[in-house]
Design a protein around this ligand. Structure first.
Ligand code: GCO
Length: 251
């Protein structure tokens, strides 16, 4: 049987896809044949990211923490495309402050953006997918959902929460033919981690701790995302796939 990595005819939404991991994942889905709705907060950056790319089905600029804006975006997807086959929930933020210096507001905003928004996006996506009897939800988590490093307490908590959310969604949405999985990336140099990658000591520590001996590349998230979004992963749900060069396997 053909394992079916082909995503031709599928419509995908990738949040946070104007740059970084989201952009690389969107590119991977398009290369596999999907038509992708790019998302970000900055309409101008999105328009630039969409320029000249045949696989782009459109752009949606909204804040994932704004419930009304999320509803409107899914209303638009339904009206314009009549379906959604794949959601990649990738948009996220980080606050780097020790526990003793973390304010309630900062904590809440990281939880809202990284965890609550993913719940809301997944629920809206599942409402479009359920009538099709099929769907793929891929949550971009982090190895910080499994391991903790100092100074990112809200991020670690939100990412660990996403792993629970993936299982909670998987056990209910399986009945509708919808699979829900997470990818937990290790350290990848993007704008998000520029400060860490630029820090020679931190950079060397990660390379030394990682069996593959280096940081990841954004494009290395594309294959795992295509797999989980495709027919090839038809019997995979509720799974957390680490893509970390082996970092979480090593002591
Ligand atoms: C940080 C966090 C994260 C990690 C990423 C991989 O930047 O401070 O540790 O951004 O780089 O999530 O675990």
């Amino acid at each position: 049987m053909n394992p079916g990595f082909d995503l031709s005819g599928k419509i995908a939404l990738v949040t946070g896809s104007s740059r970084g991991l989201g952009a690389a994942i969107a590119e991977g889905l398009m290369a596999a044949g999907a038509r992708v709705l790019l998302h970000g907060r900055d309409a101008a950056a999105l328009a630039k990211a969409a320029e000249g790319r045949a696989g782009v089905a459109g752009t949606l600029a909204f804040d994932v923490t704004d419930a009304a804006a999320v509803r409107a975006a899914f209303g638009f997807i339904e009206a314009e495309h009549g379906r959604l086959d794949i959601l990649v929930s990738n948009a996220g933020i980080i606050a780097r402050k020790p526990v003793l210096e973390t304010s309630d507001e900062s904590w809440q905003s990281v939880i809202d953006t990284n965890l609550t928004a993913c719940f809301r996006l997944s629920r809206e996506a599942a409402r479009l997918m359920a009538p099709l009897g099929r769907g793929r939800i891929v949550v971009i988590s982090s190895i910080m959902g499994i391991l903790a490093r100092p100074t990112v307490p809200s991020y670690v908590t939100a990412k660990a929460g996403l792993h629970g959310l993936v299982r909670a969604l998987a056990v209910e949405l399986g009945a509708h033919g919808i699979t829900v999985n997470a990818i937990a990336p290790g350290f990848v140099p993007t704008d998000f981690t520029a400060g860490l990658h630029g820090d020679a000591a931190f950079n060397a520590m990660i390379a030394a701790r990682t069996p593959l001996g280096r940081w990841g590349r954004a494009e290395e998230l594309a294959g795992p995302a295509v797999f989980l979004a495709s027919e090839a992963a038809s019997y995979v749900t509720g799974h957390i796939l680490t893509v970390d060069g082996g970092l979480t396997a090593a002591l």
